[in-house]
Design a protein around this ligand. Structure first.
Ligand code: PLP
Length: 440
């Protein structure tokens, strides 16, 4: 560094802020911003203005309500202090890949080679790599509606999205009957269980039938010498099931599915560690190797110190079980309290409905006062109008299923309980009941 005076600064603000059409790629200009983030921004504005909001919009955790495991926190600090600061291998530290390997054998009864396991900075880069590794432009990607973010990944790889509209009767999860007609032309099927946004989980027998359908389709393709159809099985919420719900996996039901299934997983949800950024995929070795090559160039690896600490965490089954028990109990109390409040409102004849929670941190609630008039004289006709009215009249933030690809005004909303206290829920539900009772 020279000791001479610094150069006078050039103010580039105006040039940098210059906008215009067609300055970026067609893909980039066509990418839709997250609806949830838009709503979250609106809520932040209200909070800044001094309003107290029960924010059920974000699929995240308030660290004051749900801190990460102590072992993870201290492990990251210790690893950093121990000098774990250089590049990790692009497919992840071997210690972490091996601890994921042990986790899958111990908890899920699935034995995979270590080459099947790829580490990244959370689940998102792995989802992107799955799409990139398997899907050519124009290929058909089948996904249930509602679902989280598939439309955006489909857009990024230029695929053809094939939504499968799912109904409350099936707890918003698809069946083989929904899927069957699309299987012969599909490249990738996307399933997520427990499901964001609904908090419901796939029935083992339904999943078994879907797996048998995929295997039968791939036997046909193998004879024809064409590429298989794959299943992206995003089970990032799998440790977070509530009540009698049992999480199941495709290869456990139909082992042949190990050739076609890529699991998406990580610590973001199971350990309330959304900001720590450690995720992994588990799948066929040839696909994993290509995903690793893609993510290596993107540089999407998880920070080294966090990988070291995550390996230590996962290799402590007793510590994990103790954390999970307390964590899941806290989630369940919030889900149950919200579910019971909606059930009671429905019993009183108010225009609401709700599906019993099965897992993740979400509840599907229907709020459908369509055609009713608010005390201000506004008639509520759409999900968006109801959402905005609930926020103003009851100070509760909810996300309409439109944010998860559902096109119509079905009245269904995602309620996420990870960032609120039990007291906030207890105070918010009577506010909603009072507000609904003012509608004429
Ligand atoms: C179903 C599902 N998969 C993946 C993710 C992304 O996880 P990560 O934060 O590890 O990228 C989320 C986050 O909301 C999710 O809900």
């Amino acid at each position: 560094m020279s000791a001479s005076a610094p150069p006078s600064a050039i103010d580039l603000t105006a040039l940098a802020k210059q906008t215009g059409t067609a300055r970026v790629s067609n893909m980039a200009s066509g990418l839709v911003a997250s609806e949830i983030l838009k709503i979250a921004g609106e809520i932040r504005g209200l909070v800044r203005a001094g309003k107290s909001i029960c924010n059920l919009t974000v699929g995240d955790f308030d660290p004051k309500q749900f801190p990460i495991p102590e072992k993870l926190r201290t492990g990251i600090t210790k690893a950093l202090e121990g000098g774990e600061t250089n590049y990790p291998p692009s497919d992840g530290l071997l210690e972490l890949r091996q601890s994921v390997q042990r986790l899958y054998e111990r908890e899920l009864g699935l034995v995979y080679p270590v080459e099947s396991i790829l580490i990244a900075a959370g689940a998102r880069p792995l989802i992107y790599a799955i799409y990139r590794a398997l899907v050519n432009e124009g290929d058909r990607v089948v996904y249930p509606q509602p679902s989280w973010n598939n439309t955006h990944y489909i857009h990024m790889v230029g695929a053809t999205g094939v939504p499968l509209p799912c109904t409350a009767e099936n707890r918003f999860l698809p069946t083989l009957e929904d899927l069957e007609a699309e299987l012969p032309t599909a490249r990738l099927v996307c399933l997520n269980s427990p499901l964001n946004p609904t908090g419901t989980a796939i029935d083992p027998e339904v999943l078994r039938k879907i797996c048998n359908g995929i295997v039968a389709e791939n036997q046909r393709r193998e004879k024809a010498g064409t590429k298989p159809v794959y299943l992206m099985y995003d089970h990032i919420y799998w440790p977070l099931t509530v009540g009698a719900t049992k999480h199941v996996t495709p290869p456990e039901l139909v082992p042949e599915m190990a050739r076609y299934t890529i699991f998406v997983d990580g610590i973001s949800k199971a350990y309330a560690a959304t900001g720590v950024r450690v995720g992994w995929s588990v799948g066929p070795v040839d696909v994993t190797e290509r995903m690793s090559a893609i993510n290596g160039h993107v540089g999407a690896w998880a920070p080294r110190a966090e990988q070291v600490a995550t390996a230590e965490l996962l290799d402590d089954p007793a510590g994990c079980a103790e954390y999970n028990e307390k964590f899941i109990a806290g989630i369940q109390r919030r889900l149950d309290a919200t579910f019971q409040a909606f059930t009671a409102m429905k019993a009183k004849g108010l225009p609401v409905d709700v599906i019993a929670p099965m897992g993740a941190i979400y509840l599907s609630a229907r709020i459908h006062p369509f055609g009713k008039r608010t005390p201000d004289g506004n008639v509520l006709n759409t999900n968006e109008e109801v959402r905005a009215w609930i926020l103003a009249a009851a100070q509760i933030g909810v996300v309409p299923f439109q944010a998860f690809g559902v096109p119509d005004d079905s009245g269904w909303y995602r309620l996420s309980v990870g960032a609120v206290s039990e007291a906030q829920i207890a105070e918010a539900m009577p506010r909603l009941e009072t507000a609904l009772a003012t509608l004429a």
